[in-house]
Design a protein around this ligand. Structure first.
Ligand code: DX5
Ligand code: ZN
Length: 213
């Protein structure tokens, strides 16, 4: 599956960009919320998620790169999130946060920074709808894919298999046609891609290619 990230879309014509994604082969739409504390960058927050939700005809896959995500779970549900992913590194009580996300009717995801071992999720994997493996250090679009994360994707897939969990494995950062096949082969179910799609001459066509590598 493919979850295009709008981080590098043209926000001046956001409606057009979302309409383009509606018509495309994208399975969901990835929204990167950054707080300037958990990550060095600030992106956008609830009003933009709400605006996208009004136009989007695909599920919103919201990736929270922020401290204290537990304070805003209901707000993001009301804004239209279908998947809500929080970072393990930002949660002292991850199991209670994911429980809260699910109890509000959303799919719950946990994200791992490149340096955080997959084994940290060993005891909770069965509770997760989604495990997001970051393949760059979060904060910015357009970074280079970190090669050692391929092994982490394999480990995440292996953990899901061993525990018979139906958790989807999502991979985010530096994905393009150059590495998509390898990332799928390592065990990813969902690829997130931003700059590769939005900087291409024909984003819809590029997405089709990404899905069929
Ligand atoms: C990075 C974000 C990503 C980013 C991906 O912090 O979580 O979702 O938008 O962008 P690319 O595909 O350009 O690496
Ligand atoms: Zn993301």
């Amino acid at each position: 599956m493919l979850s295009p990230s709008i981080l590098t879309a043209n926000f001046g014509v956001l409606q057009q960009e979302i309409e383009m994604l509606n018509e495309s082969c994208a399975d969901m739409i990835h929204l990167d919320v950054m707080d300037g504390t958990f990550v060095p960058n600030i992106s956008f927050g609830l009003p933009v998620v709400k605006a996208v939700a009004r136009i989007a005809r695909k599920p919103l896959d919201v990736h929270l790169m922020m401290i204290h995500p537990e304070k805003y779970i209901e707000d993001f549900r009301d804004a239209g999130a279908a998947f809500l992913t929080v970072h393990l590194e930002a949660c002292s009580h991850l199991a209670s946060v994911t429980e809260q996300i699910k109890s509000l009717g959303m799919k719950a995801g946990a994200a791992l920074n490149p340096h955080t071992p997959v084994a940290m999720l060993e005891d909770i994997i069965g509770e997760l709808d989604l495990l997001l493996v970051m393949s760059v250090n979060p904060g910015f679009g357009g970074q280079r894919f970190i090669p050692f994360t391929i092994e982490k994707i394999r480990r995440a897939r292996e953990l899901a298999r061993r525990t018979r969990s139906e958790t989807l494995i999502e991979v985010d950062g530096g994905i393009s046609l150059d590495n998509a096949a390898e990332v799928y082969a390592a065990g990813a179910d969902i690829l997130v891609a931003g700059s590769a799609i939005f900087s291409s001459d024909n984003p819809a066509d590029y997405m089709k290619k990404l899905k069929t590598v």
